[in-house]
Design a protein around this ligand. Structure first.
Ligand SMILES: [Zn+2]
Length: 77
């Protein structure tokens, strides 16, 4: 995803602003990172450039577990 997208993305639960934490950036494209809700503190992964902003019931736990395991050292808040 591109950084400007941050201006229009909001938390799907409470519509609050998101903070971006970049793990991998390549040619202005953020390919791996997380979006952190400023209100509920939920973490939304950016996987292969796609921000996964889904409500809890639609989130793919197995994909996210693998992602968060890979980046756990970078996720200390
Ligand atoms: Zn939220």
């Amino acid at each position: 995803m591109r950084r400007w997208l941050l201006d229009i993305l909001v938390c799907p639960i409470d519509k609050s602003d998101l903070q971006l934490r970049v793990f991998v950036e390549c040619d202005d494209e953020i390919t791996e990172g997380v979006l952190i809700c400023s209100a509920c503190k939920r973490l939304y992964p950016i996987i292969k450039g796609i921000p996964v902003l889904l409500p809890d019931e639609l989130r793919d736990k197995s994909v996210e577990q693998e992602f968060f395991k890979r980046w756990k050292d970078r996720l200390v808040l």
